[in-house]
Design a protein around this ligand. Sequence first.
Ligand SMILES: N[C@@H](CCC(=O)N[C@@H](CS)C(=O)NCC(=O)O)C(=O)O
Length: 222
Amino acid sequence: MALPILTIGNKNYSSWSMRPWLALKWAGIAFEERIIPLGPRGMGLNPDIVAVSPSGTVPVLELPDGEKIWDTLSICEWAHEQAPDAGLWPKDAVARALARSATCEMHSGFAAVRQTFPMNLKRVKAGHEWSETAQAQVQRIDDLLCGLKSRFGSTDSPFIMGHRTIVDAFYAPVATRFRTYRVPVSAALQAWCEAIFQDPDFAAWDQAAHLETWTIAETDVA
Ligand SMILES: N[C@@H](CCC(=O)N[C@@H](CS)C(=O)NCC(=O)O)C(=O)O
C-alpha cells in the first residue's frame, strides 16, 4: 500500500519539519520520509522544494491520492483526524481549546525567538546574546507551557497536557534552541525539555540530525 510522503528539510535545521514528523510518529501513522537540504537562499527559491510544495516550503505531506498538505499545523490536524484515539489533542474541550491556542501562538508568533535562536541541533554555543524582546518571548513560553502543565498535566507524565500532544511537538524545536544557546529557563520547563530530549522519536530525529553532513554557514557561525 502506498504511504503518505512527508518531505522535510534537513533534520539539523528544519524546525517546522520536526513538528509534523513527531506528530505522525506519535500517532503511529506510517509514512515515507524524503529530505531536501535547506539552502541559504530560502523561502520559495529552492527549486527542489518548489517542485514538490505549493508554498515553496517544507514540510509538505503528499497523500497516496496525490493531494498535498503544505502546512505544519494542517499536517498535524490531518494526523489527529486519521488517528483520533492517539491523543494528539486532549479529549477535554477546554484543554483542547487551550492546547490549540498555545500551538497557534507558536505557529504564528515568537518571531524574536525564531530569529535569535535558529534551530541547529548539532551546535552548542556559549556566550550567545539576545534582546529584551527575545527574553520576554522566552519568559512567555516558560509561563505558557508551565501554566498549561500545572492545570492539565499529570503526575504520571512529563508532557504538557498529561501525554504527548501537538503542543509538545510544536514546542520541541524550542527546547532544542534553549539547549543550543544555553538559554536559562525555570526548573519546571527544563524538566519538560529533558522529557522531549528523552522521547524515543525525538531522540531518533536528533541522532539522524547529528549524522547529516549538510551545512548552512550563516546558522553555524552566527
Ligand atoms: N508556515 C509554514 C512554514 C514552513 C517553513 O517556513 N519552512 C521552512 C523550513 S523550516 C522552509 O521551507 N523554507 C524554505 C527554504 O528554506 O527554501 C508551515 O507551517 O509549514
